[in-house]
Design a protein around this ligand. Structure first.
Ligand code: ADP
Length: 471
C-alpha cells in the first residue's frame, strides 16, 4: 500500500511557505539575471559593430591615400591577422569588379550578402546584418558600406568569440540561479520553521491541556508580534477556561452544600414523624416543614436559573423601552409595607424620566434585590434612599442605606455566588441575589459597584447604558 506521509508533508504550512518564498525569490533573481544577460549581450554586439565600423573607416582612409590596390593589400593583411575562418572581406570597385577573400564559395554560399550590396549601391550609406553561412556553426556579423563613391566594401566577422562568451555567461548564470533557488528554499524553510515554531508550541500545549494539564502555558519568547500575540491570547483563554472550570467546581460544591441542609432537614422531619406516634398533628407539622424547605430550595434553584439566563447576555434579553424612574417607584411601593413594618424610611430621589432600552422584568428583579438587601440589613429607625440620575448615554440607579455596612473582609466577595456575610447567616437568603443583580447589569452592558462603611451603611450603584451593546 502507498504511504500517505509524503503527501501530508506537502500540505504543511511550512512547506507551502518555503515554496512561495523560494518561488518568489528565484523568479525575481531570474528576471534580474535575464536583464543582466540581455544588457551584456547588447554591449558585446555594439562592441563588435564598432570594431567592424572602425575597420571600414580604416579601409576608406587607405583608399584615399593608396587607391583600390592599397585597399586590396590592406584586406590581405587584415585577413591574415584575423584568420581566414573568422572573417571574409568583399570589395566591389566603381567598375563593378569584385575582389573577395577568402572566396565566398568556400563559405558554402557565393551570393552571401549580395542583396545588401545592391541596397548600398541603391543609395543606403551602410548596412549591418547577421548572417548564417551554410555548414558554419557560428553566425557572422556583416557590414556593407560604401568607402568611396561607387566603391563598396563588405566585412564579415565571425561571432564565434561573442557566442562563446555569451554561452559561458549563460552557464554561469544558470549555475547561479540554481544555487539561488537552492539557498532560497533552504533559507525559506528555516525562516518558515522559525516563524511557525510558536504555532507548533501552541499546538503542543493545547494537546497537553486537552489531556488535563490545565496548568500548562505557552512561553512568550518575543519571536515576532503575531506569534507572541497568539501565545498571549492562548494563555489568556486557557486562564479564563481554568477560572471558569474552577468557578463551576466551586459552584457545584456550593450547590451540593446548600441542597444538603434542606434535604437533610426534610429527611430528619420525615424520619421523626415516621418513628413517632403517627399523630395527625405530627403529619401536619411534617408537611408544613417540607413545604417550607421545598420553597427555600425552589427560590435557590430559580435564582440559579435566572443567573444562568442573565449570563447568556444581551441575546436573551426581551428588549423594550424601560423608564427606570418608574421601575424604582414601583419597587419602592412594593416594599413600602415591609419598610413600614421594619420602621425604616424609604426616600426616592428620581429624575423625571429616565428611559433606556432593556429587559424590564430583569431590571425590576435587580432593583428588588438591592432594595430587599437594604431592608434586610438596615435596623429600625434607618433610612434607605433610592435614586435615579440621568446622564447623556447612561442611567445611574443607586440604593443607599444606613444599615450594618459590609466589613472590608467581606466586601470583595459579596458578588460571588453563594457568598453570605458572617452576620447575615441568621437572616433569610441564598447568597445569590447580588450575583444575579450583577449578571443582569452585565447582560445590559452595565455594571454594579458598592461602597460601604461598616456600621454606617452601604451604597449600591447600578450603571446601565441607554442601549445595551451587542457583543
Ligand atoms: P443574601 O442577601 O441572600 O445573603 P446577596 O447576594 O444578596 O445574598 O448578598 C450577599 C452578601 O452581601 C450578604 O450576605 C450580605 O453579607 C452582604 N450585603 C448585601 N447587601 C447588603 C447591604 N445592603 N448591607 C450590608 N450587607 C449587604
Amino acid at each position: 500500500m502507498f504511504s500517505r506521509k509524503p503527501f501530508r508533508f506537502t500540505r504543511k504550512l511550512a512547506f507551502k511557505l518555503t515554496l512561495w518564498y523560494a518561488g518568489i525569490f528565484s523568479i525575481s533573481c531570474f528576471c534580474a539575471l535575464i536583464v543582466f544577460y540581455l544588457a551584456t549581450a547588447s554591449v558585446i554586439n555594439r562592441r563588435t559593430d564598432l570594431e567592424i565600423l572602425k575597420d571600414a573607416k580604416e579601409f576608406s582612409s587607405v583608399y584615399i591615400t593608396k587607391g583600390i590596390s592599397g585597399v586590396k593589400a590592406a584586406m590581405l593583411i587584415e585577413l591574415e591577422s584575423e584568420g581566414a575562418g573568422n572573417m571574409f572581406l568583399h570589395l566591389v570597385d566603381s567598375k563593378g569588379e569584385e575582389f573577395t577573400i577568402p572566396s565566398l564559395s568556400s563559405w558554402g554560399d557565393p551570393d552571401m550578402g549580395r542583396s545588401s550590396i545592391n541596397r548600398v549601391r541603391g543609395g543606403a550609406a551602410r548596412f549591418f546584418e547577421t548572417l548564417v553561412a551554410p555548414g558554419r556553426p557560428y553566425p557572422f556579423r556583416v557590414l556593407t558600406s560604401s568607402i568611396a563613391p561607387g566603391v563598396i566594401i563588405q566585412i564579415g566577422q565571425s561571432l564565434e568569440d561573442d557566442e562563446r562568451l555569451m554561452r559561458a555567461c549563460r552557464e554561469v548564470l544558470s549555475i547561479t540561479l540554481g544555487l539561488i533557488a537552492l539557498l532560497s528554499a533552504l533559507g525559506g524553510f528555516l525562516f518558515a520553521r522559525r516563524a511557525l515554531a510558536g504555532v507548533g508550541e501552541v499546538t503542543k500545549t493545547a494537546k497537553e491541556i486537552s489531556k488535563g494539564a490545565f496548568e500548562r502555558r505557552v512561553e512568550v519568547k518575543g519571536r515576532g508580534e503575531e506569534i507572541d500575540t497568539l501565545a498571549e491570547t492562548f494563555n489568556r483563554m486557557v486562564e479564563q477556561i481554568e477560572t471558569l472550570i474552577r468557578g463551576m467546581r466551586e459552584m457545584t460544591d456550593n450547590i451540593a452544600h446548600d441542597l444538603k441542609s434542606p434535604i437533610t432537614r426534610i429527611r430528619g422531619v420525615a424520619e421523626i414523624t415516621l418513628t413517632g406516634g403517627n399523630l395527625p398533628k405530627e403529619f401536619e407539622f411534617m408537611s408544613g416543614s417540607i413545604v417550607e424547605e421545598c420553597d427555600r430550595l425552589l427560590v435557590m434553584i430559580n435564582a440559579m436559573l435566572d443567573i444562568s439566563e442573565a449570563e447568556a447576555g444581551v441575546a436573551k434579553l426581551a428588549i423594550e423601552e424601560v423608564d427606570m424612574a418608574q421601575v424604582v417607584r414601583d419597587a419602592c411601593d412594593l416594599f413600602q409595607p415591609v419598610a413600614e413594618n421594619n420602621q425604616v424610611q424609604v426616600i426616592q430621589r428620581l429624575a423625571e424620566v429616565a428611559t433606556i432600552s432593556g429587559d424590564k422584568m430583569k431590571i425590576q428583579r435587580a432593583m428588588s434585590n438591592l432594595l430587599d438587601n437594604a431592608l434586610k440589613y438596615t435596623p429600625p429607625g434607618g433610612t434607605i434612599t433610592a435614586s435615579v440620575q440621568v446622564e447623556p448615554d447612561q442611567v445611574i440607579l443607586s440604593v443607599s442605606d444606613t444599615g450594618s455596612g459590609i466589613s472590608d473582609r467581606d466586601l470583595p466577595h459579596i458578588f460571588d455566588r453563594f457568598f453570605r456575610g458572617d452576620r447575615s447567616r441568621s437572616l433569610p437568603g441564598t447568597g445569590l441575589g447580588l450575583n444575579l443583580t450583577l449578571a443582569i447589569a452585565r447582560a445590559h452592558s452595565g455594571d454594579v459597584k458598592v461602597a460601604s462603611v461598616p456600621g454606617q451603611g452601604s451604597t449600591f450603584t447600578m450603571t446601565l447604558p441607554r442601549t445595551p451593546h451587542l457583543h
